[in-house]
Design a protein around this ligand. Structure first.
Ligand SMILES: [Zn+2]
Length: 131
């Protein structure tokens, strides 16, 4: 797996208040379905863990999504926009509201709720357990 992706998986995990570190393995829960997910402490995903961009990358720069992208500093790779999702949920999301785009009211509502969940689980990286 690419180093940049591993770094993003790791920062998404470290800034997730639900994530706990034990014997070099982070355990947390899918942003959508709360199923258990694990990431190695070097950022390598285990099992079904995948990296999710909460506000879809394609929405950045789109006027209809401006209120959402502003919440994460208008940067798709801002840690606040990164979350762990299981492969099944991440795949389903790609076919659903991501594809409909930010002009779709329902799609915007879904992403807004997801972002609120992500921000409610936010943990300052300085407060994350040490390796
Ligand atoms: Zn899931």
């Amino acid at each position: 797996m690419r180093a940049a992706l591993r770094r993003r998986l790791l920062v998404a995990t470290q800034t997730d208040a639900l994530a706990v570190l034990h014997d070099g393995i982070w355990s947390t829960r899918c942003l959508h379905c709360r199923s258990a997910l694990q990431v190695r402490d070097d950022g390598e995903p285990l099992g079904l863990a995948t990296l999710e961009h909460v506000v879809p990358q394609a929405w950045f720069g789109r006027r209809a999504a401006a209120a959402l992208t502003a919440q994460v500093g208008d940067d798709a790779d801002d840690p606040r926009n990164l979350a762990l999702a299981c492969a099944r949920c991440n795949h389903d999301k790609g076919k659903g509201h991501d594809a409909r785009g930010p002009g779709d009211v329902r799609a915007r509502e879904v992403v807004e709720a997801l972002l609120a969940t992500r921000l409610s689980r936010w943990r300052d990286p300085m407060d994350a357990p040490a390796r």
